[in-house]
Design a protein around this ligand. Structure first.
Ligand code: 5GP
Length: 190
C-alpha cells in the first residue's frame, strides 16, 4: 500500500484514558480526519451512526471482513471492531492525515501493512483517575466498567512489550497531550 503522501496516526490506550476526546481535538486542530470504525457493539447514549461508529450486525461485519474491506479488525471486550480500508486508502492517497482510534491488536496489523504509520499509546495518570473518568462518562454498566478496568494493566504491559508503539504519552493534561501529539505529527518523526 502506498502511504507516502498522507499520514496514518494510530491512537490506542485503555478504556477511560481519554482517547476519543484527544482524537476529536486533533481533528479540529491539525487538520485531520477521524477514521469511523465499524462495530458490532450497540450505540451508547449520545453516540451517532457514521459519526462515532458505523454500527453493524455480526453478519454484516463478517461480510466486510471476508471481502477484505477492513484494514484491520479485532474482537475487543466481546464485540467486533474494524477500520474500513477504503477511507484510509483515500485519505492517504490524497495526502491527508487520518486518525485511527484502535486497540493494540489492530495497531499490530496496521504496523504490518503500513510501517510508516505513527503510533501512540496513551496512559492514564493513575488507575484512580482512569476509574473516575470511565465512571464519569456515565454510559457503561457497572459490570462493563469493572471488566474494562480489570484489563487495563495487562493492556499496558502488552502495549509496552509488543514493540508496535512509537510513543507512550501520559494523558494527565488534555491540552498538553494534544500539543505533544501535534508536535510529533508535524515533525513527521518515526
Ligand atoms: P469503545 O467500545 O469504548 O468505543 O471501544 C472499545 C475499544 O475498541 C477501544 O480500545 C477502541 O480503541 C477499540 N476500537 C475502536 N474501533 C476499533 C477498530 O476499528 N479496530 C480495533 N482494532 N479496535 C477498535
Amino acid at each position: 500500500m502506498n502511504s507516502e503522501k498522507g499520514q496514518v496516526i494510530v491512537i490506542s490506550g485503555p478504556s477511560g484514558v481519554g482517547k476519543s476526546t484527544i482524537c476529536h481535538r486533533l481533528c479540529e486542530i491539525l487538520p485531520a480526519e477521524f477514521s469511523v470504525s465499524v462495530t458490532t457493539r450497540r450505540p451508547r447514549p449520545g453516540e451517532a451512526h457514521a459519526r462515532d461508529y458505523r454500527y453493524a450486525t455480526g453478519d454484516e461485519f463478517e461480510r466486510l471482513r471476508e471481502k477484505g474491506a477492513l484494514l484491520e479488525w479485532a474482537e475487543v471486550y466481546g464485540h467486533f471492531y474494524g477500520t474500513p480500508l477504503d477511507t484510509v486508502q483515500k485519505a492517504v492517497s490524497e495526502g491527508r492525515i487520518i486518525i485511527l482510534e484502535i486497540d493494540i491488536k489492530g495497531c499490530l496489523q496496521v504496523r504490518e501493512k503500513m510501517p510508516e504509520a505513527k503510533t501512540i499509546f496513551l496512559l492514564p495518570p493513575t488507575p484512580e483517575e482512569q476509574k473516575r473518568r470511565i465512571e464519569g462518562r456515565n454510559t457503561d454498566a457497572a459490570e462493563v466498567i469493572r471488566q474494562r478496568l480489570s484489563k487495563a494493566d495487562g493492556e499496558i504491559r502488552y502495549a509496552m512489550d509488543c514493540g508496535c508503539y512509537d510513543e507512550f504519552l501520559i494523558n494527565d493534561d488534555l491540552d498538553n497531550s494534544v500539543s505533544q501529539i501535534v508536535g510529533l505529527v508535524s515533525a513527521g518523526t518515526k
